[in-house]
Design a protein around this ligand. Sequence first.
Ligand SMILES: [Fe+2]
Length: 176
Amino acid sequence: MITEQDCFYKIQGSTQNIEDYFTTYFDRLPWFEHESLWNLALIPPFLLLENPALAAINEKFKIEGAGFIKMDPGECYKWHVDYSRGVAINLLMNPGIQSVCMFEKENLNEERIKYIELDYQPHQFYLFNTQISHSVVTFKETRYMFTLQFEKPKEELNYYDVRNFLMDLTNPIKTV
Ligand SMILES: [Fe+2]
C-alpha cells in the first residue's frame, strides 16, 4: 500500500532566496513552452547553490537545473508518472490559491481510486516522488511552482535514494 511517506517528504531548510527571486523578477520571468507540457521559466544556477538546503543536496546528487512552472486556471494535469525524472523537489510559490495535488494511493475498482493529497505548506520544500501516478488541478487562479531536475534520470536516481540521504542528514545518530 502506498503511504504519504512514499509520495512526498518535507525538506528542512529555508526557501527564502528562491522566494525573493520569484518576487523580485516576477514581471520579467522568461517563460517558454517546455516539451509542450510546461510554461517554464528557468532560474540561474547560482541561486540553487546560494540556498543551503539545495546546496547540501547538490553535493550528493547533482542538480541539473530548476525553474518555475506556471499552470493556468481551470486546468488539470492528467494522471501520469514523469517521463524522465525519478524524483523532484517542489516549492509552491503561491500556496494561498486553491489547487490540488494528488497521488494515486489505491485502486478501488475500474472507476474509483483512493488518493493522497500533497497539501503544500508555505515556505516548504518537498521531495516529490514523480514515479507514483499523480495529478494536479487548478481552479480560479494561476499556480506557480518551483521545481528542479537532477542530472541522473529515473533509472539512476529515485525518490528513496534522496529521501534516505535527507533522513540521515536530519537524524545523524544511528545505532550500529
Ligand atoms: Fe508530474
